[in-house]
Design a protein around this ligand. Structure first.
Ligand SMILES: [Zn+2]
Length: 100
């Protein structure tokens, strides 16, 4: 399972079309909140489950995206955070099906 098309919609959603024709979107805030890098995961572990992170606009603006190998997408954010590498499987799990 891999993406055939990836783009940012309306500056707030990541749109992905998959090779099985599934089309889904992920809110950038949700994407950032689920950043799989070690730093963000460590921060998350320290927070209680009721903690709601507040992000700045820069933290929610994607500056570049690159496919890593055949399994993941690296996302760079405008605040300089670029260590998050999202496995396709994780992206698919975060996706909400696009209602047409
Ligand atoms: Zn991170």
């Amino acid at each position: 399972m891999s993406p055939v098309k990836i783009k940012i919609n309306d500056k707030e959603k990541l749109y992905i079309k998959w090779d099985d024709d599934f089309e889904g979107t992920i809110q950038l805030m949700k994407l950032r909140r689920n950043c799989p890098c070690a730093v963000c995961q460590a921060e998350k572990d320290e927070q209680s489950s009721t903690y709601i992170p507040i992000f700045t606009l820069d933290q929610l603006t994607v500056t570049s995206m690159n496919i890593v190998g055949h399994y993941a997408l690296a996302v760079a954010w405008k605040d300089g955070h670029n260590t998050g590498i999202y496995e396709f499987k994780q992206l698919r799990n975060l996706s909400e099906e696009l209602v047409k």
